[in-house]
Design a protein around this ligand. Structure first.
Ligand SMILES: [Cu+2]
Length: 149
């Protein structure tokens, strides 16, 4: 009887164990306008890629909030402008905007969030940028994405 109860649990844990190390990355930002890294490798073979983002500072999200957003490089300026209009209540991002490929909420100091997205939505011929959409941050808080196999 116990065997039948444990089997579903074992199956539920399998996908976590199977995820490769290079299909997940950790990135952080503190009370300054800087990400901990300026580049990120995303292997298209991952299927799913996860970004773990942490605000390591102390300031509240209304004053020095940060998020992690992925978009095509050419879309970044318009997303940033639309984000200012959307406001903090919408995490400084336009709602239901397909140009936003992946994003975390705006975080304040001490908070963290993860986002997982399908690498199949990325085109090997396109240029991608990650950035923070908090008003005034994206000029400093941005990095390039290297799509790899
Ligand atoms: Cu920021």
């Amino acid at each position: 009887m116990r065997f039948y109860l444990l089997l579903p649990l074992a199956i539920a844990l399998l996908p976590t164990v199977a995820a490769a190390d290079n299909c997940e990355v950790s990135i952080s930002a503190g009370d300054g306008m800087a990400f901990s890294t300026r580049t990120m490798n995303i292997p298209l073979s991952c299927g799913e890629f996860t970004v773990n983002f942490e605000h390591t500072g102390r300031l509240p999200k209304g004053g020095m909030g940060h998020n992690w957003v992925l978009a095509q490089t050419s879309d970044v300026p318009e997303i940033v402008n639309a984000g200012i209009t959307a406001g903090l209540a919408n995490d400084y991002l336009p709602e239901n905007d397909a140009r936003v490929i992946a994003s975390t909420p705006i975080l304040g100091g001490g908070e963290n969030a993860s986002v997982t997205f399908e690498t199949g939505s990325l085109n090997a011929d396109s240029s991608y940028t990650f950035f923070c959409s908090f008003p005034g941050h994206s000029a400093m808080m941005r990095g390039s994405v290297n799509l790899v196999d």
